[in-house]
Design a protein around this ligand. Sequence first.
Ligand SMILES: NC(=O)c1ccc[n+]([C@@H]2O[C@H](COP(=O)([O-])OP(=O)(O)OC[C@H]3O[C@@H](n4cnc5c(N)ncnc54)[C@H](O)[C@@H]3O)[C@@H](O)[C@H]2O)c1
Length: 268
Amino acid sequence: MAEKKLSGQTALVTGANSGIGEGVAISLGEAGANVVVNYVVNPDAANAVVDRIKAAGGNAVAIQADVSKEDQVISMFQQAVQQFGTIDILVNNAGLQRDAKFHEMTLAQWQLVIDINLTGQFLCAREAVREFLRRGMVADRSVALGKIICMSSVHELIPWGGHANYATSKGGIKMLMQSLAQEYGGQKIRVNSICPGAIKTPINKSAWDTPEAYNSLMTLIPYNRIGVPEDIGKLAVFLASDDSDYITGASIFIDGGMTVFEGFSTGG
Ligand SMILES: NC(=O)c1ccc[n+]([C@@H]2O[C@H](COP(=O)([O-])OP(=O)(O)OC[C@H]3O[C@@H](n4cnc5c(N)ncnc54)[C@H](O)[C@@H]3O)[C@@H](O)[C@H]2O)c1
């Protein structure tokens, strides 16, 4: 059985009823954390994640909130603290795409992506920091006051035509994450980003669900396989645990080498 590195801690994972968030919630639960499984739609999928964590001997609860709505985020954190006493780990994962050519992009497409992917991370991180500061250090639980993990993307580095709203949201997450790491490092709050490449989830189904699409995707990935949510879950456990205590303000790319730009392997 895996060592329970997060025993006695509580993690809140946004958008945890699908894809990467689901994988991260399950990994954190397996590592011993109580898990708040946030969802906005599809409570059945959220309850299935809760059931899976409980079946493995963990503790979890599903809480509905739209991360882009201030009142709902505040209420979610209040419910979580009521349930588990505090929050030690926030995984800011919820996100979506609304793709369009830039000159055809509507303000609604732009605003929705910024509201959920970027403002949602601001609202959740602010409540998490408030809770870390309110609670104070607890001996023997973690050497950090709290940990925030932002789900960014290789697109905080790689520009992405046809997805300007999404790439902009991820570029913004990079500066949000680093500013928080700088502002709260002295109070022992660690803030880092996970930057996935292509992970097999519903958000990018069209990039992997036919052999043609999959083969085309592989031309971008030196390691020659698509990622899976468990890959991200293992990294999230590491970043949430004291094993990574000297890591803060970092963007960690987990992408099978996508950001070494394979197209240049033969001279460009
Ligand atoms: N899959 C990839 O290849 C990939 C690569 C890089 C980054 N990411 C990032 O990983 C994160 C998770 O994406 P995924 O691939 O698991 O996609 P997904 O569509 O499976 O999951 C996204 C989750 O966010 C939730 N969500 C959307 N709007 C929300 C809101 N307003 N409030 C609360 N939850 C909301 C969805 O309901 C869903 O649970 C996103 O931030 C995405 O940008 C994914």
